[in-house]
Design a protein around this ligand. Structure first.
Ligand code: KIV
Ligand code: ZN
Length: 513
């Protein structure tokens, strides 16, 4: 079998998706899940972009053993040095440097002549190579670049030491036969001197098809993201390309990946829990309906012979065979731990286990049926907590069709209890205003989402908020999980505030080099 390397960029290109920002703890958790999934290279961020990115890359570098950790860097010395520094502790590391090569980008964005672009690319690769053995070079907007120029820059960066040459369809413009032809021509030119890579965006819905055309024409690295998360319409979805390669071995004969497909579902859930961005229900492989058979004719066919309507098994991607109904009030710690393991939460600390078990017991007392999804949400929340500067102690709200909605809240900070109350245009407004009064930070709510975690009238509410506490800094995401939607709202808003404070601390401590 010939190996296709899977390069996951959920933490970099995926995080560039509007509203998808993650805090460091969440990034580490996702990196560990990607390692379990078996991705070859994890692009953990863009070290020079922000202190938060730098910190996340360096902590991920310490935590991961079996995947190569990569940082993106523009073709400028400060970016490359910052990437090398962030990757210092990685066992396996790669610097990924890039510059745009299309006429439109060179003329209007870079304002550089083609020969200057080649010079800059060679200098960048040489510097990266002096700091890290494994260097990838990307020709941004390769698919709209002149082929002759692509060959010139390819020869120059390979000579300077690049081991992987990535040819992105940055704006998602190409059709599969065009993308395939570009890879074929460059492959004929570079031969085996470098690994060719494809990186496709999904603006016309062709990212997966284009990536596969690249593979069929000689690319041996595939850049992708979980759930197809990414800029604009997103990137190639990892789960789709991997399952196509596995399911259509008759076509992709002799090509395989190192991916453990049974971890796909857990990774997909984790990404959607962290970002609050759910795949559409009919999304291939990981959508809620991807393995659901609604029509009577289909169900009948399935019962007679499963393969009449199914080309893959839900269990191939790690969806549990049962109906997801789990443990109850009388379940003990051992059964709870077993359940977590079967759901892919293998390596959790005793402390996280204890806290999650405590919350599970509280939930069992209040909710008739506890589903896998409830447990998954509790675990995600418990294991990705950032330092709790402000912690919710109590919340009282009053709202009715006439009268003024108001909230009274008690919050703990540095072991001191602070209490206040405020009125608002509605319950959510009153809660957020009260928290602003108590904390002294005024947030601007940019996005608010609420959804039921599982089924039934007594389902857990999951609230995701996006809040801007400082117009000069990126907005932060907060999550809250509770049976009561307003409690979940208060938790989510405080989570965002805590996340902002830990990000601000990072900036003032100047973790970045
Ligand atoms: O889409 C793109 O061209 C990129 C490069 C930086 C690899 O993301
Ligand atoms: Zn991209």
């Amino acid at each position: 079998m010939e190996r296709i390397k899977i390069f996951d960029t959920t933490l970099r290109d995926g995080e560039q998706s509007p509203g998808a920002s993650m805090n460091t703890e969440e990034k580490i958790k996702l990196a560990l899940a990607l390692e379990r999934l078996g991705v070859d290279i994890i692009e953990a961020g863009f070290a020079a972009a922000s202190p938060g990115d730098f910190e996340a890359i360096s902590r991920i570098s310490e935590a991961i053993c079996n995947s190569t950790i990569c940082s993106l860097a523009r073709a400028v010395p400060k970016d490359i040095e910052s990437a090398a520094k962030a990757l210092e502790k990685a066992k396996l590391k790669r610097i990924h440097t890039f510059i745009a090569t299309s006429p439109i980008h060179m003329e209007f964005k870079l304002k550089m002549q083609p020969n200057e672009v080649i010079k800059r690319a060679v200098e960048a690769v040489s510097l990266a190579k002096s700091l890290c053995e494994d260097v990838e070079f990307s020709c941004e907007d390769a698919s709209r670049s002149d082929r002759g120029f692509l060959k010139e820059i390819a020869a120059a960066v390979i000579e300077a030491g690049a081991k992987t040459l990535n040819l992105p369809d940055t704006v998602g413009y190409r059709l599969p036969q065009e993308l395939g032809a570009m890879i074929q021509e460059i492959k004929a030119f570079v031969g085996d001197s470098v690994i060719l890579s494809v990186h496709c965006h999904n603006d016309l819905g062709l990212a997966v098809a284009n990536s596969l055309a690249g593979i069929q024409n000689g690319a041996r690295q595939l850049e992708c993201t979980i759930n197809g998360l990414g800029e604009r319409a997103g990137n190639t979805a990892l789960e789709e390309v991997v399952m196509i390669l596995k399911t259509r071995q008759d076509i992709f004969n002799g090509l395989d990946t190192r991916i453990n497909t049974k971890e796909i579902y857990a990774c997909s859930k984790l990404v959607s829990d962290i970002t609050g961005i759910r795949p559409q229900p009919n999304k291939a492989i990981v959508g809620k309906n991807a393995f659901a058979h609604e029509s009577g004719i289909h169900q009948d066919g399935m019962l007679k012979h499963r393969e009449t309507y199914e080309i893959m098994r839900a269990s191939d991607i790690g969806i549990p065979e049962n109906n997801g109904l789990v443990l109850g009030k009388h379940s003990g710690r051992a059964a709870f731990k077993d359940k977590l393991e079967s759901m892919g939460f293998g390596e959790i600390s005793q402390d996280d286990l204890d806290k999650a078990f405590e919350r599970f017991k509280v939930l069992c007392d209040r909710k008739k049926e506890v589903y896998d999804e409830d447990i998954r949400s509790i675990m995600t929340e418990e294991t990705t907590k950032i330092p709790q500067v402000f912690e919710l102690l109590g919340l009282q709200i009053s709202s009715c069709s006439s009268g003024v909605p108001h909230a009274a809240i008690s919050i703990q900070k540095d072991r001191e209890t602070r209490i206040d109350a405020a009125i608002g245009n509605g319950s959510v407004d009153a809660i957020l205003k009260t928290i602003d009064r108590i904390s002294g930070y005024k947030g601007v709510l940019k996005d608010y989402k609420v959804e039921a975690v599982s089924e039934g009238k007594d389902a857990l509410a999951k609230v995701v908020v996006k809040v801007e506490f400082d117009p000069e800094k990126p907005a932060v995401i907060g999550h809250g999980l509770h049976l009561d939607t307003m409690q979940a709202t208060a938790r989510a808003y405080l989570g965002a505030l805590n996340s902002y404070l830990s990000m601000r601390e990072l900036i003032t401590n100047k973790t970045i080099c």
